[in-house]
Write a protein of this length. Structure first.
Lengths: 244, 367
């Protein structure tokens, strides 16, 4: 049996022992990502990829198809894919927000940045130094490291929320002025009266997410190798292993 | 001025129009405004009993294209609108009076119909240098506008100029041309954007206001819902080609001749709220897309500042050279990708070097 004591700052206190109080030789494992978190992660990841591809082809359509218009529905299907994936993302993003209220400490991490804590920024700096090859050893964290937490908060939570809001606002243009989408998200057009501007921001948001995804995947793979703790398999099993 | 107290009905009866024709007109107007069957009799009743509403039509910085459009209205004929439905007491472009005689009418209307007249504004006031970029009757237009707005029942902002600013407010806007709703904030304002707005939309709005004595239902941006709640794209007759994925790729290709969707040619139909694709122009003859050219989005805010009329995406000028969102995004993604690759390379080299050091140390200890 493993002692899973986690300090308030999320760092791991390794005090593994068995029922008889004897030290257990092995790798300490901590259950970090609960099932709903993992499901949301992979559904959202898939939805975001589908949204990026379909969204790009809405903005820059494929070469024209020939024949009668009645024989094709290509743009229609691409747009349907985009809208369907968008609604799925919205639902699972919302579910993820709700889970933050009932889930464990780690499920809340991506929804805030403790900007007021000096220690937090010191550790962010340490992480930056680690990525700039100025630190020899990375610190170990059970959840996200402070830099990752900041990146997840801006790169995922804020950007995706922005995309969902502008996305539904744009969708409401088709569903009409009396639709619930327009009632809930029509205020976007009070900020940008010309819907063309909302389109531009939605495009920029997509590219911001593309860069986030690249950094996110790279950092996950790199930390998996370099930080001597599991990252990628943790998002499948939910457990974080620490290797020596 | 006495004419303003007459009803619409008595005026047209005097002109020899039959009661039957009058009811036809009411039905047609109710239909074009998208109102139910009962509205026809309500319009008839209102036009029979209510005194005609005095309208003051003023011109700021503008090109008079709104007036040009207005006088081509077919349903209702502008003759009916100007001569019968409303009492167009002042319109410096088309009125017979001139000079002091004309300006007197403004004062007279303001005193006699305090809070009852409609102020229709074509164009907008430039605010820079105390408003001296538009002098009207010896005074800055902005002063005239504020004065007449004070006692108006409501204000109609005609066209893109009055609604959004249009070309004179395009960057860098040297005269600081400002839309009406940014200058007059204490009156109900109805925006009828377009460069120019459709004639039937203009007369339709006038008919509604004169008939019901209030503004029609407006959307979030102050435009009448009945004409501006849908995009050109939503009712475009080329929409099936868009859904099918059939696009014009070049102006002279086969697709252009077949009348495919102009989306790739920069048509702004998907982002433009107007009634062009349903009401059309010149008495329902055609509209830009039907003539083979994409919509330029003339009824939208700042349509001059969004880059080319032939690009779907807005030009973003903040990056020095003109680029659109996709170009900026691709460069950003490319840069981050390169950075990631470089970082990975450095990581790998470092790791190898560290391992070799460790191995050497281990070897040393063993010996």
């Amino acid at each position: 049996m493993l002692d899973r004591t986690i300090a308030p700052d999320g760092s791991l206190q390794t005090g593994a022992s068995d029922a008889h109080g004897e030290r257990v030789i092995g790798r300490p494992t901590v259950y970090v990502y609960e099932a709903p978190v993992r499901i949301c992660h992979w559904v959202n990841a898939l939805a975001i990829v589908v949204l990026m591809v379909s969204g790009y082809f809405i903005g820059t359509p494929l070469p024209s198809v020939g024949g009668e218009a009645s024989a094709h529905f290509l743009m229609g299907y691409i747009r349907f894919t985009h809208f369907a994936a968008g609604q799925i993302l919205a639902v699972f993003f919302l579910a993820r927000v709700l889970w933050a209220f009932v889930g464990n400490h780690h499920s809340r991490q991506i929804f805030y940045v403790p900007v007021h804590r000096v220690q937090f920024w010191k550790e962010v700096l340490h992480e930056i130094r680690w990525y700039a090859f100025l630190e020899r050893e990375p610190k170990m964290y059970v959840g996200h490291n402070p830099l990752a937490q900041t990146a997840m908060f801006t790169g995922f939570t804020l950007f995706v929320a922005f995309m969902i809001i502008t996305g539904f606002a744009l969708y409401s243009e088709g569903t009409g002025i009396d639709s619930w989408q327009h009632r809930l998200f029509g205020w976007v057009f009070a900020i940008w009266p010309n819907s063309q501007d909302v389109h531009t921001w939605h495009h920029l948001g997509m590219w911001a997410l593309v860069t986030f995804v690249m950094v996110h995947i790279y950092a996950a793979i790199r930390e998996d190798i370099m930080s001597r703790q599991s990252i990628i398999s943790s998002m499948v099993s939910g457990e974080r292993q620490f290797r020596e | 001025m006495g004419a303003a107290t007459e009803t619409f009905y008595s005026v047209i009866r005097r002109q020899g129009i039959t009661r039957r024709s009058f009811h036809k007109f009411c039905s047609l107007t109710a239909t074009s405004l998208g109102l139910g069957p009962l509205a026809a009799s309500r319009i008839a009743n209102a036009l029979e009993t209510k005194p005609r509403i005095p309208v003051i039509w003023m011109h700021g910085l503008e090109c008079t294209c709104c007036s040009e459009s207005f006088i081509r209205s077919a349903h209702p004929l502008v003759k009916d609108a100007v001569l019968s439905m409303i009492s167009l007491d002042y319109d410096d472009t088309i009125m017979a009076a001139a000079g002091h005689q004309a300006e007197e009418i403004l004062e007279e209307t303001r005193a006699k119909y305090k809070g009852q007249y409609v102020l229709a504004v074509e164009g907008n006031p430039p605010l820079n240098e105390g408003g001296m970029f538009c002098i009207d009757g010896g005074k800055p237009f902005v002063e005239k506008l504020k004065l007449m707005a004070e006692d108006a029942m409501a204000i109609i902002a005609w066209g893109a100029c009055a609604s959004w600013g249009c070309v004179q407010a395009a960057k860098p806007n040297p005269t600081q041309a400002t839309p009406i709703d940014k200058v007059i904030t204490n009156k109900p304002i109805i925006k009828v954007p377009g460069c120019p707005p459709i004639a039937e939309v203009m007369t339709g709005v006038v008919t509604f206001i004169t008939t019901f004595g209030k503004l029609p239902e407006l959307d979030r941006q102050g435009r009448p819902k009945m004409f501006y709640s849908q995009r050109i794209h939503d009712k475009c007759y080329r929409r099936p080609h868009f859904d099918a994925g059939q696009f014009v790729e070049e102006w002279d290709d086969e697709a252009a001749r077949k009348g495919f969707c102009l989306y790739k040619m920069g048509c702004k139909g998907p982002t433009t709220y107007n009634a062009c694709s349903t009401v059309r122009w010149n008495g329902g003859v055609s509209f830009p897309i039907q003539s083979g050219h994409g919509c330029i989005g003339c009824s939208e805010d700042g349509f001059w500042d969004k880059g080319s009329f032939y690009d779907r995406l807005t030009t973003i000028k903040q990056f020095g050279i003109e680029h659109n969102a996709d170009e900026v995004g691709m460069v950003a993604a490319g840069a981050v990708g390169a950075a990631v690759a470089a970082h990975a390379a450095v990581t790998a080299v470092k790791r190898l070097a560290t391992k070799r050091d460790d191995a050497k140390q281990n070897v040393g200890q063993d010996n």
